[in-house]
Design a protein around this ligand. Structure first.
Ligand code: THU
Length: 132
């Protein structure tokens, strides 16, 4: 699937975000190796720390459906920001658990430009395993 279509899916999913506190909706579209697209939105909580970002919602939904490391092809993230909206550091760490360092991460801005990065660009020297 082309990155434009994946990003469109991320943008469309944004309307389901539960954001009564920040009013900052985010949508993510996760492309699996089998072509399936799984969406995620941010889900906030009155106890702010309990909030789940759009990217993690999408990844955790994929895990719930039985997908695992090796099944992830790309992720697109869309918000209503003027500049490219990057994933937070917790989401980067969750991506590092399941996605390859070379996996494309697509960001967008209010002009609908698409910035293509890799997970490695976003999280160099990632902590990925506990082997000693
Ligand atoms: N948020 C995301 O869902 N993804 C990001 O990449 C950045 C931040 C959410 C968390 C919170 O609901 C709101 O955006 C403001 O931080």
């Amino acid at each position: 699937m082309e990155k434009e279509r994946l990003m469109e899916s991320a943008r469309n999913s944004k309307s389901a975000a539960y954001v009564p506190y920040s009013k900052f909706p985010v949508g993510a579209a996760l492309l699996l190796q089998d072509g399936t697209v799984i969406n995620g939105v941010n889900v906030e909580n009155v106890s702010f720390g309990a909030t789940n970002c759009a990217e993690r919602t999408a990844i955790f939904t994929a895990i719930t459906k039985g997908y695992r490391k090796g099944d992830f092809q790309a992720i697109a993230i869309a918000g209503d920001t003027e500049d490219f909206l990057p994933p937070c550091s917790i989401c980067r760490q969750v991506m590092a658990e399941f996605c390859s360092p070379g996996m494309p991460v697509y960001l967008t801005n209010e002009s609908n430009d698409i910035l293509e990065l890799t997970l490695r660009d976003l999280l160099p020297y990632a902590f990925t395993d506990l082997e000693m």
